[in-house]
Design a protein. Structure first.
Length: 334
């Protein structure tokens, strides 16, 4: 075997074990490391032309309180996915993981990891690069931008990310795997890593996020009245290897589970506070948890099969219900 080659079994086991170790590490040092990643992106984003704030979704935002404090819960669903990756790797013949050498040959011509990888007959779908690097944690961050500055913001953000050694896992998947191994080792040794986790970054126009936040209370209200799943589509521009229109997400799930704003304008923060207050006063905690589950994908719903995550969510809903209403405002729908 050539020095730079690796078997399917060894790459899947290595990535899965690193990911599980990272997940099971719920130390204060890891929480501080995650916050360092978030703060670094926010500093970078604030320098982009048209910047109107940023926000985070996903992990660790649903796993910490509203101030991003607390003990990180261990999410068993992540561990289960990692075990499945090991099973998938062991199920096939112990052959070379051809993706590693293929990426070195073809990566410069790949628009992303799907165009060439998806139709490739040499490796099963669940053992291809994107499936494997999906086991690496990343940070989901969103840049809110003036509507007419998106194109400029895209260019500037990419340049700033490169300058500060922050990238998506798609840009250099093999390097992302190796760096994640180093991050895991340093945390194990109780040392703060100076390497960033992969960043999953998106850009959304100010008017679009403003409209989504304003529409959320009514969407949840109507969904409850009609016994349906609340749904508001959000389709950001996302940075993978290049900028691209991403898949449609359900904004309701993000709003309820993890939406964490940074440096919002006074107008946008007030709109967010009002929507949160309306949602939390029109519905009790159990109804909001049901709305969360109905708006979640099956994978996200399984993630909240955790008493720790449920309690974090319910506590946030209690906080929302106590947001003070400005005397000049009226509730939505009045």
């Amino acid at each position: 075997m050539e020095e730079n080659q690796e078997t399917i079994r060894s790459i899947t086991e290595r990535v899965a074990k690193m990911s599980t170790e990272f997940e099971r590490n719920n130390s204060e040092l890891k929480r501080k490391y995650l916050l360092w990643n978030i703060e670094a992106f926010n500093i970078i984003a604030s320098k982009v032309i048209g910047f109107r704030g940023s926000f985070g979704t996903g992990y660790p935002f649903y796993a910490l309180d509203s101030k991003l404090e607390g003990v990180l819960p261990i999410i068993q669903e992540q561990v289960s996915y990692n075990r499945q990756l090991i099973v998938d790797g062991r199920r096939v013949a112990p052959s070379i993981w051809e993706c590693k050498s293929c990426l070195k040959r073809n990566y410069s011509d790949m628009p992303d990891l799907k165009v060439i990888c998806k139709p490739c007959p040499n490796v099963e779908d669940n053992l291809k690069p994107r499936k494997i690097i999906n086991r690496l944690p990343d940070i989901d961050m969103w840049l809110v931008c003036d509507d007419d500055k998106v194109e400029l913001a895209r260019t500037e953000l990419v340049e700033l990310l490169k300058k500060n050694s922050m990238r998506t896992s798609d840009i250099d998947p093999i390097a992302s795997i190796e760096e994640f191994g180093e991050i895991t080792r340093l945390l194990r040794e109780k040392k703060l890593p100076s390497i960033f986790l992969p960043i999953d970054c998106h850009i959304i126009e100010y008017s679009k996020i403003k409209g989504l936040i304003e529409r959320t209370p009514n969407e949840i209200r109507e969904a409850k009245q009609n016994d349906k799943s609340p749904f508001l589509p959000i389709q950001p521009i996302s940075y993978r290897k290049n900028w691209q229109s991403d898949e449609v997400y359900n904004f309701i799930y993000d709003f309820l589970s993890a939406f964490t704003p940074f440096s919002f304008s006074q107008e946008l923060q007030e709109i967010l506070d009002k929507s949160r207050r309306v949602v939390a006063t029109e519905n009790n905690r159990e109804e909001l948890f049901e709305a969360l589950m109905k708006s979640a994908t099956s994978a996200n719903a399984r993630r909240f099969d955790s008493i720790e995550l449920e309690n974090i969510f319910l506590t946030k809903m209690d906080e929302w219900s106590k947001i003070e209403e400005k005397k000049s405002e009226k509730l939505y729908g009045e």
